[in-house]
Design a protein around this ligand. Sequence first.
Ligand SMILES: *Cc1c(COP(=O)(O)O)cnc(C)c1O
Length: 380
Amino acid sequence: MLGGSQEGARQSYIFERGDKRVPKEKIGVTKTFLPPFAEYEAYLTQIWSRRYVTNQGPLLQEFEKKIKKYLGVEDFHFVSNGTTALQLALNALDITQGEVVTTPFSYVASTGAILWERCDPVFVDIDPVNFSIDANKIEAAITAKTKAIMAVHVFGVPCDVDKIAAIARKHKLKVIYDAAHAFGVQYKGKSLLDYGDVSVCSFHATKLFHTIEGGGLIARHKGVSDSIELKKRFGHNHDEHIMLGMNAKASEFQAAMGLCNLKYVNQNIKWRRQLSELYDRLLGDDFQKLPKMKDARYNYAYYPVVVKNEATLLRHMKALNNENVFPRRYFYPSLNTLPYLKSQQRAPISEDIARRIMCLPLYADLSPDIVTNICEVLHK
Ligand SMILES: *Cc1c(COP(=O)(O)O)cnc(C)c1O
């Protein structure tokens, strides 16, 4: 059950304009979920009485405990955001120079983190079906300077984790998964976050599950986990300075939002699933959609569609904008074309998909009538 401002929201979006149903408010690709205010306020009262607002406070500890249980992982470090978590992952794995093989089809933060850590991204083109790095092309990109593979579970669809693990073992490389889209996804009977040396989550307000701003790291090896724990808070214990660190701490306010939202995440995923199935049904086979993988339990974080060319995409977007609906080109542009890269690299499949893909509105309390309307516009 959703409470507070969310209650009854599914009914209230539509009004009639002539014979046309037009959404009353602007429909974006996502809408931040907020818990009933009183539930957040109860945590604020606790924070006020303790005057303990950050630095591994009791709410952060409670949140880390509960999220481990929810996700089914043994390790979890709650940090200030997902981008910092990616940087921290590279640093804690001692990847401070050299090449990192990665995907050009991602949010800019994954490539950005590699560059920020003074490493060189080497782009491997994507699989045109699951939109993630094409594991069959990784080995050709490995050189003597390669230190790691940073892959992204794009739209929550698992990468070819088994093949990537085999390549990493053979070439002695670290594997970092940007799992910003993969919250709650299960693969082959366990959490998708349980693959690779480190997996990174984002709990930004636009994500399926959020803590306002926030992120997380899950490390497979204890030594790496211990480094992350120290590095996220300046690398020292009291007066003993152990290793280089930074400040990636999350506050009690972020932990409180996480504790509130965790109670609603299953309901939200269920509603998103219903809406995704409605899109599937109404869009039919005219649009390329996410693949259905038999070993995966998906989280319905995004609803991307690929159309036949960029002109068609722009035409669809314009038609939807006229109905007050604003899908988003995501991801666009392909990251191998960023203007501040040292070298030009080719990734024709990623560039092609990036030009033809958009994400349609998908959030828990989106009205099914709006979805129906969107599909009608897309079929015209
Ligand atoms: C959102 C996102 C990030 C960045 O996370 P922040 O918490 O916003 O810093 C990184 N990678 C991907 C694929 C994302 O979607």
